[in-house]
Design a protein around this ligand. Structure first.
Ligand code: ADP
Length: 342
């Protein structure tokens, strides 16, 4: 079932904080990750879908139906939070069956359904355990099974992995994604972890100050960020001020580079974005966009070294990644210089 935000605005009572004119759609079976700095409105977006905050303007439509006046318990939405929010005194099975009990599904039927879901999340043999006897990662899988048990119209995941160890997180990320796809569940995932967003999502929506800055595929948002704010938030980069010097030429103050300037006219101020993997170490002496300088701080990452490359006169070093750091020069191909308009 699709989920649509149509010009949604919401202010917390007595404040100007909340959401401003947010329009976005989550297609049936799609996972949209919502990212943004703390306080950007991510949780508010989820709370409005769930009906935990009310009084917005604009429309929130689920399967073509306006949810604005539908009470929480009739929205039929599955939720998984950072805190597992399970009932510690109930068995694993009863936790998963809980939503079905509320919906007055007969005992035998709800036990069967709960057991099926536990099998799917790989916890079939734990059904009679107390929740407290499970690890954090297992508890989060119980929470996912519980959310899916009611056959929800949409699934809301609020930082579901952030309380877990890094080792568990990576594995659970893949599991959640594959279960979400298997159920074709229309899903909003809130995360502060941009890597998690890029790995898990069909599309990524970036919020800042309650506004939607961009919604696009992980590749698109990384390679073609719509603004400086998005570029700075997603992935590592070097961002420098520049001006269009002539068609196809950029003036960075300390150097002139070839770049795809499009229809921008002479003197147009822009920011230029370079991703670390697009910096070529020690290019040929006559290479295009060659910049001489020296390597500063280095961080050894195993397969790659991440390093600062200092170019004389540049306001800050270039952040680069390659198997070995540059000795005396770097180059960036024109097609790898992204221009961000002011
Ligand atoms: P995020 O989830 O991205 O960290 P939130 O959606 O929680 O952001 O918050 C968005 C904005 O609304 C923030 O400025 C926050 O301080 C404010 N806010 C959140 N909850 C409340 C509340 N209950 N009352 C007043 N302001 C709130």
């Amino acid at each position: 079932m699709s989920l649509l935000f149509d010009n949604v605005s919401y202010n917390y009572p007595g404040s100007t904080h909340g959401l401003h004119d947010v329009s976005l759609d989550v297609r049936t079976g799609e996972l949209v990750a919502v990212i943004g700095p703390s306080g950007s409105g991510k949780s508010t977006l989820l709370k409005l879908v769930a009906g935990l905050e009310t009084g917005h303007t604009g429309r929130i439509m689920l399967g073509g139906e306006d949810m604005s006046r539908t009470p929480v318990h009739q929205r039929h939405i599955g939720m998984v939070f950072q805190s597992y929010a399970l009932f510690p005194h109930l068995s694993v099975l009863d936790n998963v069956a809980y939503g079905l009990k509320l919906r007055k599904v007969a005992t035998a039927e709800r036990r069967k359904r709960a057991q099926e879901l536990l099998d799917i999340v790989g916890l079939g043999e734990f059904s009679q355990r107390a929740v407290a006897q499970l690890s954090g990662g297992q508890q989060q899988r119980v929470a996912l099974a519980r959310a899916l048990a009611i056959d929800p119209r949409a699934l809301l995941l609020d930082e579901p992995l952030s309380a877990l160890d890094a080792s568990v997180r990576g594995h659970l990320r893949d599991q959640i994604r594959s279960i979400q796809q298997r159920f074709n569940a229309t899903t909003l995932l809130v995360t502060h972890d941009q890597e998690e967003a890029l790995v898990m999502a069909d599309r990524v929506a970036m919020l800042k100050d309650g506004r939607l800055l961009q919604i696009a595929t992980p590749r698109e948002i990384y390679e073609n960020p719509a603004s400086r704010a998005v570029a700075e938030f997603v992935g590592l980069s070097t961002i420098l001020p520049a001006k269009v010097a002539s068609p196809g030429r950029l003036d960075l103050g300390f150097a002139e580079l070839f770049a795809e300037t499009g229809s921008r006219s002479f003197g147009t101020p822009v920011h230029v974005l370079v991703r670390p993997e697009h910096i070529q170490p020690d290019p040929a002496p006559n290479a295009m966009n060659r910049l001489a300088g020296r390597t500063g701080a280095q961080r050894y990452l195993g397969a790659l070294t991440r390093y600062d490359f200092e170019v004389q006169g540049a306001p800050k070093p270039f952040l680069a990644e390659s198997p070995a750091p540059a000795n005396e020069a770097i180059a960036v191909a024109p097609e790898h210089l992204r221009l961000l308009d002011h």
